[in-house]
Design a protein around this ligand. Sequence first.
Ligand code: ADP
Ligand code: MG
Length: 229
Amino acid sequence: SEEILYQSEKLSAVGQLAAGIAHEIRNPLTSLKGFLQLIEKTGEGKKEYFDIMKSEFGRIEQILNELLILSKPQTTKNEICDLDGLLGHIVTLLNTQAIIKNIYITKDIMNTPLEIEGVSNQIKQVFINFIKNAIEAMDQGEITVKARKEDNFVVIEVIDEGCGIPKSLLSKVGEPFFTTKEKGTGLGLMVSYQIIEDHGGDINVKSEEGEGTTFTIRLPAYEKVYIKQ
Ligand code: ADP
Ligand code: MG
């Protein structure tokens, strides 16, 4: 029946994720074990061994941190988030990293207030993920974060002038552990998609190889409810 099909699809998605996690964590663990054995055998812990080991531990930590976000919705509470302020903080924060690469992030807010109801730390994480990806896709140039109200939605666009995503890879983007980066986790977009879905929104992507990418995020606007006396 339909219900069983749905359940088995769900299980296979969880199974896929579990296999991915196991694989991604086993690699740095294997390397860590190797270095420990090397140090044990030679009796000498060179600085370069420790540097690699630290970066392998860091990788495991990064994967777990990103996955932990997925388990948070049940324990956090909703609040009214002002997106103008939230995006302002993130843009200021990330500009300090972007400027080193000659990348400038600008914020373009069409109308205020732009309010949504949700978990502000998660929403922050989503925009940090998108803007970080934009920075990583560019050598230099401009990233524009546009936000406006459209009907009962707040629409946010993150527009970059980066390498773009080849058409053949567009459907892979957002799958757990899909990454084209040497140090990527391939979890940022999956986590972001999950958070936006939890908030009743959706995400669209438009990309042109060599030209740039635009991610469009739509979230239900918070509407004040007035009670007539
Ligand atoms: P990660 O950043 O760790 O690779 P993500 O889930 O954030 O993982 O992104 C997955 C992949 O999607 C990236 O490795 C990259 O290939 C592609 N991608 C995401 N955002 C962009 C972007 N703005 N421009 C080009 N490619 C992107
Ligand atoms: Mg990323």
